[in-house]
Design a binder for this molecule. Structure first.
Ligand code: HEC
Ligand code: HEC
Length: 205
């Protein structure tokens, strides 16, 4: 009898251990590729939009439980979104969104939201020796360099004022000088988050 009790307790402990591990099983890296499908509604980097809740920085187990419930309700908005995702995909997505830095709803972060866009879309030209830095003097490889601006153009970012920040003007203008130079424009989500970040003071956060 004692032995059976021991086996029962031991197996319960193993099972609860497995439960605790299951939400952490997901791969943040794989999740980041799949999260593309979610950010259209849940905002850039899962920050949330005016009408849909944010996912960034939330508890992985809670997110996973919600996703699993949605997946079973095939007729709901989320159920339709999740139809093409496997159970492992859901774990990856939960792990990815949980890994994003938690911030107040709607608060933009330089490290999380702005730097990756600049690294990916601007730095190939705006680094020492790059075409953009050679022509304009603008180096975008760090927060300090971005805030320093250029000797001809002056400050690119006016904290609190996106409309007068030439950075915003350069990424939204309609002529051939629109940045990234000669490439596809930034997405609406990326432009929105840059605008919010400048409005909130363009902090090195
Ligand atoms: C077409 C827009 C749309 C897309 C795309 C979308 N969602 Fe949602 N999501 C919603 C809406 C709307 C809600 C809230 C409505 C509801 O609870 O049914 C929601 C709710 C959620 C919730 C519950 C939030 C809470 O606080 O209860 C989670 C978690 C979630 N979505 C994750 C995701 C993930 C992960 C993806 C990508 C695979 C995704 N969503 C794609 C629209 C969308
Ligand atoms: C393919 C190369 C390339 C990419 C990518 C690129 N730029 Fe440029 N950028 C240039 C060139 C070339 C110039 C100089 C244009 C001119 O005046 O003829 C320039 C000039 C600028 C200027 C004007 C600087 C000044 O005040 O004199 C800003 C601001 C700028 N870029 C921002 C950006 C931003 C932000 C991104 C990413 C979203 C970006 N650029 C991506 C090539 C690039």
């Amino acid at each position: 009898m004692k032995r059976m009790l021991f086996v029962l307790v031991a197996s319960l402990m193993v099972m609860s251990g497995m439960n605790a591990a299951s939400a952490d099983d997901g791969s943040v890296h794989k999740g980041s590729a799949k999260a593309f499908y979610c950010t259209g509604c849940h905002g850039y980097n899962g920050m949330g939009s005016n009408s849909v809740t944010g996912l960034a920085g939330r508890d992985a187990a809670e997110l996973l439980a919600k996703l699993e419930t949605f997946k079973k309700k095939k007729s709901s908005i989320m159920g339709l979104q999740l139809a093409k995702f496997s159970n492992n995909d859901l774990k990856d997505l939960a792990a990815y969104f949980a890994s994003l830095k938690k911030s107040a709803r709607g608060e933009a972060s330089y490290a999380r939201d702005i730097e990756p866009v600049i690294q990916w879309r601007c730095v190939s030209c705006h680094t020492s020796g790059g075409e953009g830095t050679q022509k304009s003097g603008l180096n975008l490889t760090s927060y300090d360099a971005l805030m320093a601006g250029t000797s001809q153009g002056g400050n690119l970012i006016v904290p609190g004022s996106p409309t007068t920040s030439s950075f915003m003007i350069m990424v939204t203008r309609k002529d051939h000088l629109r940045m990234p130079f000669g490439a596809a424009p930034l997405s609406d989500d990326e432009i929105r988050v840059i605008k919010v970040w400048i409005e909130q003071g363009a902090k090195n956060n």
